[in-house]
Design a protein around this ligand. Structure first.
Ligand SMILES: O=C(O)CCC(=O)C(=O)O
Ligand SMILES: [Fe+2]
Length: 262
């Protein structure tokens, strides 16, 4: 009898790609029907993507040529997907800790999002008048439509765990374990980091900030240019709070540098 383990695992399972930093591959985070419905919900609102800045106005930049659309938090399917994300995070996300507005991103041929981090180098002030500071503690990137070639999500500084502690997984190992879903990336002809093929319903999850709220620059990543066809993804960003603007100033006065790790 054929062994079903691998088939079962890939149908509905999670796989650790890297332990430090933590990057997890989630198979079938959404069903096909859910993926298409999420796209329908957000589609009327697609507009050129901005990059949100820590201070001042959001800006349009050439490094991000996709379009994006917010998803209404109150929509039953959107809240169902966020409950799923919350359950996945377990006690890492406390009941009072919210999500940012989920965001669809759509790419046509040649469109891309250059290297960036999802966390802000400085915590943001929430706009509810409470002066609380927040940041994106982790990220889920879900592939909702993957009728495309190329368009991988690439993390140049995440080396996938291999059989030997001393060296990252080789392309052959990745191919054996993940098939075409996960591969090594390259920069200037040198093998470096890991990239994920767009596959409908599957997601990549990673942790952006450590317990102190410091951002981990190893989670820098890019949406590589789409070859042919269309790619649509969904960003889900759980938030954590880090005191208030006032408490930050007091910390700085008392000697805390407020600097992020490089
Ligand atoms: O399109 C991708 O593969 C990644 C998108 C992304 O990182 C983002 O929208 O923050
Ligand atoms: Fe991102």
């Amino acid at each position: 009898m054929a062994c079903e383990c691998i088939e079962r695992r890939t149908k509905n399972g999670t796989e650790i790609i890297s332990l430090d930093p933590l990057v997890i591959y989630i198979n079938n985070f959404t069903s096909t029907i859910e993926a298409e419905e999420l796209i329908n919900i957000g589609s009327p609102d697609f507009a050129s993507s901005f990059i949100s800045r820590s201070r001042g106005a959001n800006t349009l930049v050439t490094g991000r040529t996709s379009s994006s659309a917010p998803l209404e938090l109150s929509h039953p399917l959107v809240s169902c997907i966020l409950r799923r994300a919350r359950r996945f995070m377990g006690s890492m996300l406390l009941p009072h800790e919210p999500f940012s507005v989920p965001q669809l991103v759509r790419y046509f041929p040649g469109q891309k999002y250059d290297l960036h981090t999802d966390f802000w180098p400085e915590h943001q002030v929430i706009t509810d008048g409470s002066e609380r500071l927040f940041n994106r503690v982790a990220s889920f990137f879900v592939f909702l439509r993957a009728n495309c070639t190329e368009g991988y999500t690439y993390f140049p500084s995440v080396e996938p765990t291999g059989t030997s502690a001393a060296s990252p997984a080789s392309d052959e190992e990745l191919d054996k374990w993940y098939g075409h879903r996960v591969a090594r990336g390259e920069i200037d002809g040198e093998e470096k980091g890991v990239k994920f093929k767009p596959i409908q319903g599957n997601a990549v999850f990673w942790i952006n900030l450590n317990e102190k709220g410091e951002g981990d620059r190893r989670l820098v990543h890019a949406g590589l240019p789409v070859g042919e066809g269309e790619k649509i993804g969904l960003n889900i960003w759980p938030r954590k709070f880090y005191g208030t603007e006032r408490s930050k100033k007091e910390r700085e006065r008392s000697g805390w540098s407020g600097k992020w790790r490089d």
